[in-house]
Design a protein around this ligand. Structure first.
Ligand code: ATP
Length: 137
């Protein structure tokens, strides 16, 4: 088993026992099984998957870093929402706003900010919609 700890600046640590954890690394997904070699990695905006038996919990995380120490994974995320917590309408509006900001961006910093906002919004939409599609099957 892996002890997964998820911390954000806004919420108390969330702790969960897992068989398998998938982290959104900057260069792609990182799968962690018990006994994984220690590592420290930066996180991209992406999906955090926590698998225990047949149950998988999905979180949208928007960057941060993670520390893997054999049977313990600590995720320090800038923001994290469990799939059920995602407000899809809010994410849709955020994507719309970010697209407008992309078009209006007058300098590289504004452009980067708009791109990051769009990535967060699309990620939140993908996670909330992906799950409802799966549920319908
Ligand atoms: P918005 O423009 O809608 O605020 P944002 O990408 O700017 O989106 P963040 O700065 O990433 O928002 O997050 C601010 C807080 O709001 C965090 O606690 C984050 O978990 C939460 N949050 C952001 N978007 C959503 C959403 N669609 N559903 C649920 N919580 C959200």
């Amino acid at each position: 088993m892996i002890e997964l700890e998820l911390v954000t600046p806004e919420r108390l640590a969330f702790t969960e026992q897992a068989d398998f954890v998938v982290l959104p690394g900057l260069e792609g997904e990182i799968g962690v099984l018990p006994g994984h070699a220690p590592l420290l990695t930066q996180l991209a905006a992406g999906e955090l998957r926590i698998q225990r038996g047949d149950n998988t919990e999905l979180f949208a995380v928007s960057g941060g870093f993670a520390e893997v120490l054999r049977d313990r994974v600590r995720v320090f995320a800038e923001t994290a929402e469990m799939h059920g917590e995602i407000d899809a309408e809010r994410a849709r509006l955020a994507a719309e706003r970010a697209r407008k900001e992309l078009k209006a961006a007058a300098n590289p910093a504004d452009l980067e900010q708009a791109q990051a906002a769009l990535r967060r919004a699309l990620l939140r939409l993908r996670i909330s919609e992906g799950l409802s599609r799966r549920r319908k099957k």
